[in-house]
Design a protein around this ligand. Structure first.
Ligand code: SAM
Length: 306
C-alpha cells in the first residue's frame, strides 16, 4: 500500500523552488511525495533537508529519494526545533521551507499507532514514539472540564460536554486504553453524525498529544528566521485551527506594523518582512479531490521573504 498520496505536490514544489541550486526544507517529509517533487526541480548543486518527527516517515522518504542526484539530509526531529537542527548542521539560511501539516495516511492506517477510530489499537497517537506522553497517559489524568475544553476547542465539537462526561465515566469504569474505548464512549452519547464526531474527538486528542498548534507556532517563527531574502514559505493546512494560525502569522509578517488602526502614524516601527506569493490561498482542483479525497480540505498559502 502507498505510504501517503501527496496533496498539491507539483503546485507546492513550483511555488517553493525559485533557485534550482538552492537549499530547501521539507519540514513534514512523510512518505517523501513532496520531497520527490522538490528534488526533481533541483540540480546537483541543490540540497534538501527532509525532516519528520516520525522515524517511519524518514525510512519511507529515504526509500523514495534513493538514487537522487541531489544532496538529501534526513533529520528525525520536530519542526519546532528546525532552527536548532539547522544550527547544529552549520546551516544558517535556506531558500524555502514547506509544511504539509497533519498526519499521513500511513499513520492513520497503522492500527498499532492508535490515530484512527476506524481501527482498533492502543491509545498511542504519538508521532514521535520517543516521546513519553501518549494519548493513554494524557487521558488518564485530564480533568473533565479540561477534556471538554480540548474537545470543544481543538475538535470544534459542539457536544463536547456530553462526550467529555462519557469519556470520564468510561475511564472510571474500565479505563481508557484502546481506540475502541474512546469509540464506544463517544457512541454512547448517540451523536447525530457518529463518524464526524469520532473524527473530531480523535483530532482533538491527537493535537494535544503532539502539541500540534504549539509546534506550528514555533516552527513558523523558526522558518521565518532561517529563510534568506527571496526565500519562500509554503504551508498546506487541513483544518481551520491550523489554517487560522498560519493565515494570521503570515498576514502579520506581510503587514509589519502592529499599531492599532486608530493611531494615524506608525509608532511600533515594525516593517513588512514578507510579500504574498499567492493573491488568495490555493485549493486542490476537482480532479485531484476526486482521486484523493484528503485533498478536499487542503488550503495552501505561500509567502516570500523580502
Ligand atoms: C501530511 S503528512 C506529510 C506527507 C508528505 N508531504 C508526503 O508527501 O508524503 C505530515 C507529516 O508531518 C509529520 N509531522 C507532524 N507534526 C510534525 C512536527 N511537529 N515535526 C515534524 N514532523 C511532523 C508527520 O509525522 C507526518 O509524517
Amino acid at each position: 500500500m502507498q505510504y501517503h498520496v501527496p496533496v498539491m505536490s507539483e503546485a507546492a514544489a513550483d511555488l517553493l523552488v525559485t533557485d534550482p541550486g538552492g537549499l530547501y526544507v521539507d519540514a513534514t517529509a512523510g512518505g517523501g511525495g513532496h520531497s520527490a517533487a522538490i528534488v526533481t526541480r533541483l540540480t546537483d548543486q541543490g540540497g534538501l533537508i527532509a525532516l519528520d518527527r516520525d522515524a517511519e516517515a524518514l525510512k519511507a522518504t529515504r526509500h523514495r529519494l534513493c538514487g537522487s542526484k541531489v544532496r538529501v539530509r534526513l533529520m528525525h526531529a520536530a519542526y519546532a526545533d528546525l532552527g536548532s537542527c539547522c544550527e547544529a548542521q552549520h546551516i544558517d539560511a535556506v531558500d524555502g521551507v514547506l509544511f504539509d501539516l497533519g498526519v499521513s495516511s500511513h499513520q492513520l492506517d497503522a492500527a498499532e499507532r492508535g490515530f484512527s477510530y476506524l481501527a482498533e489499537g492502543p491509545l498511542d497517537m504519538r508521532m514521535d514514539t520517543r516521546q513519553e506522553t501518549s494519548a493513554a497517559t494524557c487521558l488518564a489524568h485530564v480533568q473533565e472540564t479540561e477534556l471538554r475544553r480540548i474537545i470543544r476547542d481543538l475538535g470544534e465539537e459542539r457536544e463536547a460536554r456530553r462526550i467529555a462526561r462519557a469519556l470520564v465515566a468510561r475511564r472510571a469504569d474500565q479505563g481508557l486504553k484502546s481506540t475502541r474505548d474512546i469509540r464506544e464512549a463517544v457512541l454512547s452519547t448517540r451523536p447525530r453524525m457518529p463518524n464526524k464526531t469520532l473524527s473530531r474527538v480523535f483530532q482533538a486528542i491527537r493535537i494535544v498529544v503532539n502539541d500540534e498548534l504549539g509546534q506550528l507556532d514555533r516552527a513558523l517563527d523558526a522558518s521565518a528566521g532561517l529563510l534568506r531574502s527571496g526565500g519562500r514559505l509554503v504551508v498546506i493546512a487541513y483544518h481551520s485551527l491550523e489554517d487560522r494560525l498560519v493565515k494570521h502569522r503570515l498576514a502579520g509578517w506581510i503587514h509589519g506594523c502592529v499599531c492599532p488602526p486608530r493611531i494615524p502614524v506608525c509608532v511600533c516601527g515594525r516593517k513588512p518582512q514578507f510579500r504574498p506569493v499567492l493573491t488568495r490561498p490555493r485549493r486542490a482542483d476537482p480532479v485531484e479531490v476526486k482521486a484523493n479525497p484528503r485533498a478536499r480540505s487542503a488550503i495552501m498559502r505561500a509567502v516570500e521573504k523580502l
